[in-house]
Design a protein around this ligand. Structure first.
Ligand code: MLT
Length: 408
């Protein structure tokens, strides 16, 4: 009989969003007349930018000609897209990142999990709590943790609690760790990191030879020009960080799929024999073996994000969702709820009222207002007592959801 990967059996429950999906499906089956408004998973709703669609159409037409046909592309992504990313996302902000350090992919979720392929087994891993569940679950699947305890925390992981008490800023670990997951603007709390806070992490990583996995999927939502968008804006980060970026949330590519990961050349880890090894080479090897790249058509669409028209459209999309976030913040604050996030991130993080637990509040909103959100406890034990609403929806739905919640 074939044996299964026993690490999967350690996973506590279904992945958070399918789990919510199951509950919502059951509710809808029992209440077919309920008009649900989904502010749960952070999935965009507004149409793809015209600049991206036009570029994709042109690419499709080119694929229909002998001269313009493209078969397998480079596993790392086409040079023209990597150049545009390096110049406009990094060099324009003073980051020393070159095109060959950009690896185009089909998503940050995949990359932030796949990166474990090139990292060793004995690493001590730190995550915030609450956290984007993919960082934890991918470590469980890869056998980098023990079993889950009663609170759902896995043995072997270092959890760094973030809550209103510490302003959602994790403390630098007191024990030495090798791998640190950071996400700013933060999913799920919507918190952001200042330059000084990121510098403290970079200093820690450099002095402990640790690696920071920096998820910047929501950087486009930062409103304050003083806040850093990339870990590479911090001096020394090239020696200790890998960054994940995505076109999903800024340009609406959740269904289209395009993202990228930045692995600086010269960033090193140690082999079992103590030898220093460049992570760039390992990731390049991993991608060329296990990945065949993002389609030519989609990469042309992503390239158009960097055109003048594309940049203007992305700005409009981001402003639209941030206006939704602002409406959610205002309306819920007027109800006397304690609200965090939603100022530089498309997520609003709410303290559940009257000591209600996170799933209790989920059921309450689902049953009484037919509004779907995400229970904070789904992001970790320290998320208990909190609830996340996503600003990704139409204005009509956001207004309607707020009106329903206010009438409860
Ligand atoms: C979320 O709702 O947290 C996001 O949709 C997760 C993701 O982008 O995978």
């Amino acid at each position: 009989m074939v044996k299964v990967n026993g690490n999967y059996l350690k996973l506590k429950a279904g992945y958070l969003f399918p789990e919510i999906g199951r509950r919502v499906k059951a509710f809808s089956a029992a209440n077919p007349e309920a008009a649900l408004i989904r502010l749960g998973i952070g999935d965009v709703t507004e149409p793809l930018p015209l600049a991206c669609r036009e570029a994709m159409k042109t690419a499709i037409d080119a694929m229909g000609t002998a001269e313009g046909f493209h078969g397998y592309g480079p596993e790392q992504g086409y040079a023209w897209l990597r150049e545009a990313i390096a110049q406009q996302d990094f060099q324009s902000r003073g980051c020393e990142i070159n095109a060959d350090e950009i690896f185009v992919s089909d998503g940050s979720k995949c990359d932030s999990s796949n990166i474990l392929d090139i990292l060793g087994e004995g690493n001590r891993v730190a995550v915030t709590d609450p956290v984007y569940p993919v960082y934890v679950d991918s470590n469980v699947m890869a056998g980098r943790t023990g079993d889950a305890g009663a609170e759902g925390r896995y043995a072997g992981l270092t959890y760094l609690p973030i809550s209103a008490d510490n302003n959602f800023a994790a403390e630098i670990p007191s024990e030495p760790v090798d791998l640190i997951y950071l996400c700013f603007p933060n999913n799920p709390t919507g918190a952001v990191a200042t330059r000084a806070q990121l510098k403290a992490w970079v200093d820690y990583a450099r002095s402990h030879n640790a690696l920071i996995l920096f998820d910047a999927a929501y950087e486009a939502f930062i409103q304050d020009p003083e806040l850093p968008h990339s870990i590479f804006e911090i001096e020394g980060a090239r020696e200790c960080a890998i960054e994940f970026r995505s076109f999903s949330k800024n340009a609406g590519f959740t269904g289209t799929r395009c993202a990228f990961t930045v692995v600086p050349k010269g960033l090193k880890g140690t082999a079992a024999n103590g030898e220093l090894v460049e992570l760039w080479g390992l990731w390049n090897r991993r991608q060329s073996t296990k990945f065949n790249g993002v389609s030519y058509i989609i990469q042309r669409g992503a390239e158009a994000v960097y055109s003048t028209a594309g940049q203007a459209e992305v700005k409009t999309l981001v402003s639209f969702y941030m206006e939704n976030a602002s409406i959610i913040r205002q309306e819920l604050t007027s109800l006397g709820l304690q609200i965090y996030g939603g100022e530089h991130a498309p997520y609003v993080w709410i303290k559940t009222p009257n000591g209600m637990d996170s799933w209790g509040f989920f059921d309450h909103l689902l049953n009484k207002a037919n509004v779907v959100g995400t229970p904070g406890s789904g992001f970790g034990a320290a998320g208990e007592g909190y609830f996340r609403l996503s600003a990704f929806n139409s204005r009509k739905n956001v207004n309607e959801a707020m009106a329903r919640i206010k009438s409860l």
